[in-house]
Write a protein that binds this ligand. Structure first.
Ligand code: 9MR
Length: 624
């Protein structure tokens, strides 16, 4: 069980150790966060303007009417649409697969949201636009500070650009493009997945752009490499190929390609990380043409029979395409249907996936209700690789009517042998829901006898002060307590991202690591007080027994783990010796080192102190 009884004592121990050593929990200094090598910088005081208007539209000049620094800035006028704006071509300035930052100030005279985005053209000639950050201006300068981006080597015409809601004139000043500084991750903190080893897998969601950040990927490997979900790259709008569908889809066979998921798929194959497929049937991020005659943007909506054929072929093409093109990637789970129920426990409104009515569903438009869910699971069952578990996935799953709707649907699908589990997305906020409301929903889902996965956990806080981050840490800790209580029903806990700045809810810092790759209070609260559990498999004759125990031995049978002074008893003296070693007041010989290395990772650090505490308490071996 995750327990809290030792928290005060641990805090004391940690501060003792921290005062004496700089090994763990090193704070990131201002120098670390500083801009890396500058590639291009301009204060728009004079000289050539390298920016151009997007698609050749708009007029650019240097203006003294406004300036963030000096006496002039870049001025763009003659905009008539939101997407018109100043752009800078990066192809000859930046290298692919490398991380950069951009900083700048932008202003409009009246209230406007200014967006900083990146555009690129893929190998098939399709243009893509990814928003990187946004700021609000109302006659003042909106700041864009060290916004990260990268692009892969299979794209061209890469532009960084600014845009804003209407045809307003726009000013830009103090623009700097730099290589992202490489800040090492903390090697001396416990690994999240190791702390929960024996309870459930720990995973995360990553996007292709994250692959260019070595520190980001180091965090993935250290803490989360038991399950990876792709943030976007396996969603229908990334996978569906409209041109190929029109050309050879015969109106019922949607064509797919995995170009945008390719880099992530190769990463997971190479690092042998199991993948949660996300997602097959969803009202969102699924283009309307998928539901229209001729796979055409302006075709009529197709009938139910056609859509059933399209659904089957889509699922078949995705499953078979992945299996043949990426045979080394293990898809251990798929979200077959995503977000089909409203918070009131009813199907969504019939509609379209277009952003103006993004809550409505083209699936419901064609089927009239949620009767598309069952065939989706039937087809997924038919084509999924052996051993791959199938999930229904949703958010706000703790809203009572929604809990009931999901429960009823899951029980029905379970009876038919079509579903393996329920995915609780778990996009939470410090203000809502409480851990006990959340526990209720988990309890109900666990009572189905199906597996439960926590698929997209993040917890936002609008208060980013120290107190706000402590409150966030508390809810994270409470929620993980619930997971530990239900560990028998939960096979994986997936956090929706790694560092705050890369989150879909970046401004409300919802994750366990900050933008400098450093662990936040939430991280420490989650690893604190977890009783270590190991699963051992013993084979006697033909019988295999799997047991879960707390860990008490080292790899060397003569050494008692925690008995740092090697006197045969684990007691407070051992902890004191371990502390003194860390503040460099004592030395340890090789055998003592083995006994002190509580997590057997060949390093002695503050994590071993935490584990020593747990061992002493949980094995009642405390002989003070
Ligand atoms: O994290 C994803 C973000 O990058 C996309 O912009 C967004 C668009 O819908 O989707 C996010 O992921 C969603 C997930 O697929 C389903 N549950 C809600 C997630 C957050 O919106």
């Amino acid at each position: 069980m995750k327990r809290h009884t030792t928290k005060k004592l641990l805090a004391g121990l940690l501060s003792t150790v921290l005062l004496g050593t700089s090994i763990p929990f090193a704070a990131v200094t201002a120098e670390d966060t500083a801009t890396g090598n500058v590639i291009y910088s301009t204060d728009f005081e004079s000289g050539d303007i390298l920016f151009t208007g997007r698609d050749g539209i708009g007029t650019l000049s240097l203006s003294t009417a406004q300036a963030y620094s000096g006496s002039s800035s870049l001025y763009m006028t003659d905009r008539t649409k939101g997407w018109h704006g100043p752009q800078l071509l990066l192809d000859d300035i930046c290298e692919p697969n490398k991380e950069y930052t951009v900083s700048a100030y932008a202003m409009t005279a009246w209230y406007n949201t200014i967006k900083l985005s990146i555009e690129y053209t893929d190998a098939a000639g399709e243009r893509h636009y990814d928003n990187l950050s946004s700021g609000v201006s109302n006659g003042n300068w909106a700041e864009f500070s060290n916004i990260k981006f990268s692009f892969t080597d299979d794209v061209t015409n890469v532009y960084i650009y600014f845009e804003c809601n209407d045809g307003a004139d726009m000013y830009i000043d103090d623009f700097t493009l730099a290589e992202a500084p490489v800040i090492p991750i903390q090697e001396d903190i416990a690994s999240l997945k190791d702390v929960y080893s024996g309870y459930f897998k720990i995973g995360t969601a990553i996007m292709a752009s994250n692959l260019a950040s070595p520190s980001f990927m180091d965090l993935v490997e250290k803490h989360f490499n038991e399950s990876i979900t792709f943030g976007n790259e396996l969603k229908p709008d990334y996978v569906l190929d409209q041109a190929a569908s029109q050309e050879k889809g015969n109106d019922v066979n949607p064509q797919v390609n995995f170009a945008q998921a390719d880099a992530l798929l190769k990463y997971c194959a190479e690092h042998k990380i199991p993948v949660r497929g996300h997602t097959l049937v969803w009202h969102s991020q699924t283009p309307d043409w998928f539901f229209k005659e001729g796979f055409s943007d302006d075709g009529a909506w197709v009938d139910k029979d056609t859509m059933l054929q399209r659904m089957e072929n889509y699922i078949k093409n995705v499953m078979e395409g992945l299996a043949t093109q990426y045979p080394d990637v293990e898809f251990y789970a798929w979200d077959v249907v995503n977000e089909a129920w409203t918070d009131n426990g009813t199907p969504r409104e019939a509609g379209s996936s277009k952003s103006e009515d993004s809550n409505s569903s083209a699936w419901v438009r064609i089927f009239g209700d949620n009767s598309f869910i069952e065939p989706a699971f039937e087809y997924a069952r038919k084509y999924a690789p052996a051993g791959c578990k199938l999930y229904y996935n949703d958010f706000n799953e703790y809203m009572p009517s929604k809990t009931t709707a999901i429960y009823d649907m899951a029980m029905d699908l379970k009876e038919k042998g079509l579903i393996d589990g329920i995915g609780m997305q778990s996009h939470l906020d410090v203000g809502f829901p409480t851990a006990s409301a959340y526990r209720k929903a988990l309890d109900k889902f666990a009572s189905t006898g199906l597996d439960v996965q926590i698929t997209e956990l993040d917890i936002t806080t609008s208060d980013t002060s120290e107190t706000g981050l402590q409150n966030q840490a508390q809810l994270y800790s409470d929620i993980f307590d619930v997971y530990v209580d239900y560990a028998d029903s939960i096979s994986a806990v997936v956090i929706w991202g790694v560092t705050d700045d890369q989150s879909w809810r970046a401004s409300r810092v919802p994750l366990l690591f900050d933008e400098n790759f450093q662990a936040k209070p939430a991280f420490y609260s989650v690893i604190d007080d977890v009783e270590p559990k190991v699963t051992t498999t013993t084979t006697t004759g033909t019988t295999t027994t799997t047991t879960e125990t707390t860990t008490t031995t080292t790899t060397d049978p003569d050494i008692i783990l925690g008995d740092v002074d090697l006197d045969g008893i684990v007691r407070l003296n051992d902890l004191i010796l371990l502390q003194k070693y860390l503040i460099r007041k004592e030395t340890l010989n090789a055998e003592q080192g083995k006994a002190a290395d509580m997590n057997q990772d060949d390093q002695i650090n503050v994590v071993d102190i935490i584990l020593w505490e747990r061992l002493a308490i949980f094995t009642q071996n405390w002989d003070a």
